[in-house]
Design a protein around this ligand. Structure first.
Ligand code: SF4
Ligand code: SF4
Length: 376
């Protein structure tokens, strides 16, 4: 099967503005109120949606910055709904009120994602660098419940707030979220100060194992109140498989709410894409580089023409441990972490310490050769 048959967008995030009323420390676009809106006029935006529709009818997430700062958001959302997309909005919650909720329903918004990074105002507001941000999320969740708008909660963690992970999960559940996605914050560049706060491989492994126990308990109890999944930690799929095997369990994973269309850890460039406010197409929202702009090459062609997008689907060319790994098919490794660590997105994911069986055999052979050498 060629790339054209096998890889179709199922989930597309589009940064409709870079302006934001918060200044979170881990923000991928370092947005502020002074950031630019971007290059898409309303008409350009509709053309982009038309071009996406030429390939598939994916979930389209309007994101930012803070997308509610863009005045034509309802017009764009309604246009997408009419094209048959499942339109979603990712908001920090602070601008949500009754009127916004009414508009969301009117234009057919199917799911809203909120960000909650701490179970208390102190922890969340410190992370978001904005007093009152926590109250904004709580109020938005209450309004969504009142208006019957389904929402999920994304939670970002670094060394600063990881101790609060179990409490944030409980809070998301208490607030009535349909899903809770635990996100281990990614590097934002090389040697940047914020990177010092990122969880290291051992800490990530600890929290992913914790998450396995949580998911296992929910599955065994048949509790579907809330779906849980770590995002952008592809090797969780390896950990889940290994732990379930250890426990002698055949655990059936539940389907994600508005998931990204792949039954594996990372599907960047395979079934998901990100378009920034200037039109640059990337495999995912954290991917730092792009080689194609949808203003020059329409989305339905760029999806296939971009070398970077093509590379995301060339699994046999992945390098290092990922390239040799028996879990590659269910994991994929994070291409962004590989890029920041090695300057090559095809390299191995540094946050996973797993040594594939093939490489272990290699080590064993080398050791026995050395031993033979000594004896000879
Ligand atoms: S490449 Fe990394 S950051 Fe991008 S979607 Fe995959 S896991 Fe997430
Ligand atoms: S080595 Fe790479 S492919 Fe294998 S489990 Fe780790 S991140 Fe995934």
């Amino acid at each position: 099967m060629g790339q054209r048959e096998e890889f179709i967008p199922k989930w597309v995030a589009w940064e409709i503005t870079r302006r934001c009323n918060l200044q979170c420390i881990h923000c991928r676009s370092a947005s502020t109120m002074e950031s630019e809106q971007g290059d898409f006029s309303t008409e350009d935006g509709k053309k982009l949606l038309d071009d996406i529709a030429k390939l598939s009818k994916p979930t389209v997430v309007l994101t930012g910055g803070e997308p509610l700062l863009r005045e034509d958001i309802w017009e764009l959302a309604e246009y997408g709904t009419k094209l048959g997309f499942r339109m979603c909005i990712a908001t920090n919650g602070t601008l949500v009120d009754d009127e916004v909720c009414r508009k969301m329903k009117e234009v057919g918004i199917r799911m809203v994602s909120l960000s909650l990074d701490g179970s208390t105002p102190e922890i969340h507001d410190d992370f978001r660098k904005q007093p009152g941000a926590y109250e904004g999320v709580i109020k938005a969740a209450e309004l969504f419940n009142k208006h019957g708008i389904p929402f999920l909660i994304n939670s970002s963690f670094t060394k600063r707030n990881a101790h609060d992970i179990p409490n944030v999960y409980k809070k998301a559940r208490e607030l009535g979220a349909k899903a809770w996605y635990m996100f281990l914050v990614l590097p934002v560049g090389r040697g940047e100060e914020a990177n010092a706060e990122l969880l290291n491989a051992e800490e990530a492994e600890y929290w992913l194992n914790w998450h396995y126990e949580l998911e296992k308990e929910l599955i065994l109890k048949g509790d579907n109140t809330i779906l849980v999944r770590p995002t952008c930690a592809p090797h969780y799929y390896r950990i889940f498989y290994q732990n379930a095997k250890r426990d002698g369990l055949d655990l059936k994973r539940r389907n994600l709410v508005f998931g990204t269309g792949g039954g594996k850890g990372c599907v960047a460039g395979q079934s998901i894409a990100y378009i920034d406010c200037h039109g640059w197409l990337r495999p995912c929202s954290y991917f730092p580089i792009s080689d194609v702009n949808v203003f020059d090459v329409p989305f339905h062609e760029a999806w296939f023409k971009s070398k970077i997008m093509q590379d995301m689907r060339r699994f046999d060319q992945f390098k290092g441990r990922c390239g040799q790994c028996e879990f590659l098919k269910i994991c994929n490794g994070c291409r962004v972490r590989a890029y920041w660590e090695h300057g090559d997105y095809m390299e191995e994911d540094p946050i996973c310490r797993y040594v594939p069986v093939k490489m272990r055999v290699g080590v064993k052979n080398t050791l026995s050769l050395l031993k033979d050498g000594e004896n000879g």
